[in-house]
Design a protein around this ligand. Structure first.
Ligand SMILES: NC(=O)C1=CN([C@@H]2O[C@H](COP(=O)(O)OP(=O)(O)OC[C@H]3O[C@@H](n4cnc5c(N)ncnc54)[C@H](OP(=O)(O)O)[C@@H]3O)[C@@H](O)[C@H]2O)C=CC1
Ligand SMILES: C[C@H]1O[C@H](OP(=O)(O)OP(=O)(O)OC[C@H]2O[C@@H](n3cnc4c(=O)[nH]c(N)nc43)[C@H](O)[C@@H]2O)[C@@H](O)[C@@H](O)C1=O
Length: 323
């Protein structure tokens, strides 16, 4: 029998899942020890399919990076899919993993689990202390349920299911849909297209004043593998059974206006930037307190400027030719 654990990465073709696979391979995990299924091969919202898959494959570790994901417009437009798909994926995967004897699982949530007006920087203890941001409340409720699923199975069955809460992510493999994406891929596409077509003005949604903390996806993948592999006693020292999730951020945020100016610089757009105040701003600020994870030995490495350049290269060289 293989001495290496069999690891299932759910969502391996997504931005984060693919970065987790890259990180595992980079750390010496053999490709034959990584189990993957595309959405078409295994619909994680289907309980029977998920149970059959886990019973047959019996992975030892699970990274749950599959989810219905999108930016502010997608969350606001498709709330039913955002709550239903995410609840079903989490409930099916966590329960089927438990039934198949999986001891270690890492659930990926999101910083939107915190109250809209949480004190900054937001520590893990702010969970469930106030009203959520309306544009992504359904998604946030599903992500909170994911944390509580892991904690409940830990408490009742003694398994080791951990949760990480990423801040806003970006990088190679992002979704560049003009409306449904997050702000960074949306702006990379818009500024690139404006530059290429000599359009003098680019419009950015909202007032430009909201602040966001952005983390490069390879840093997120490194954090995920780090948290999965932490000794249980060390993880337990820094968490509590009913407050077990861990924030993952780079530690600083910028305004959307500053972000737009940076993306313009990176893409080489030299025209004018305008703001469309009819579009929602979302949460005014959500800088996370990542000191829990920093104390556990992880730190972000990639600067925003470096990360944006890598993302832009990916967009021009890989994503655009594919579309
Ligand atoms: N991107 C971000 O800024 C942030 C992301 N996160 C979290 O990180 C995780 C990964 O996000 P990200 O990589 O950006 O998302 P992506 O949209 O890039 O990838 C999501 C993955 O999930 C798969 N998937 C979706 N629905 C199903 C389903 N029903 N059955 C099987 N597979 C499914 C998709 O497969 P397919 O492509 O085949 O549909 C895809 O591989 C998610 O949990 C997300 O909530 C948290 C904070 C910020
Ligand atoms: C990660 C997080 O992502 C979502 O929340 P969000 O932080 O609001 O994410 P966003 O990237 O879509 O927007 C960030 C800010 O940027 C502004 N903005 C400007 N111009 C564009 C633009 O063109 N597109 C988008 N999407 N936003 C724009 C936009 O108005 C907002 O003020 C959650 O729904 C949820 O999915 C979640 O967890």
């Amino acid at each position: 029998m293989s001495p290496m654990p069999k690891i299932y990465v759910a969502g391996h073709r997504g931005m984060v899942g693919s970065a987790i696979v890259r990180t595992l391979l980079g750390q010496g995990v053999r490709s034959q020890d990584i189990i993957t299924r595309t959405h078409a091969e295994l619909d994680l919202t289907n309980q029977a399919e998920v149970r059959a898959f886990f019973a047959a494959e019996r992975p030892e570790q699970v990274y749950l990076a599959a989810a219905r994901v999108g930016g502010i417009h997608a969350n606001n437009t498709y709330p039913a899919e955002f709550i239903y798909d995410n609840l079903m994926i989490e409930a099916n995967v966590v329960d089927a993993a438990f039934r198949a004897g999986v001891r270690k699982l890492l659930f990926l949530g999101s910083s939107c689990i915190y109250p809209k007006l949480a004190p900054q920087p937001i520590a893990e203890g702010a969970l469930l202390t106030g009203t959520l941001e309306p544009t992504n409340e359904p998604y946030a409720v599903a992500k909170i349920a994911g944390i509580k699923l892991c904690e409940s199975y830990n408490r009742q069955y003694g398994v080791d299911y951990r949760s990480v809460m990423p801040t806003n992510l970006y990088g190679p493999g992002d979704n560049y849909h003009p409306e449904n994406s997050h702000v960074i891929p949306a702006l990379i596409r818009r500024f690139h297209e404006a530059k290429s077509a000599n359009v003098p003005v680019v419009t950015v949604w909202g007032s430009g004043t909201p602040m966001r903390e952005f983390l490069y996806v390879d840093d997120m993948a490194a954090a995920s593998v780090h948290v999965m592999n932490l000794d249980k006693s060390r993880y337990d020292q820094h968490t509590q059974p009913m407050l077990s999730h861990i924030n993952v951020g780079c530690g600083y945020d910028i305004t959307i206006r500053e972000l737009a100016e940076t993306v313009a610089r990176v893409t080489g757009f030299s025209g004018k930037i305008e703001f469309d105040a009819s579009k929602p701003d979302g949460t005014p600020r959500k800088l996370m307190d990542s000191s829990r994870l920093n104390a556990l030995g992880w730190q972000a490495k990639v600067s925003l400027e470096e990360g944006l350049s890598a993302a832009y290269r990916d967009f021009v060289e890989i994503q655009l030719p594919r579309s």
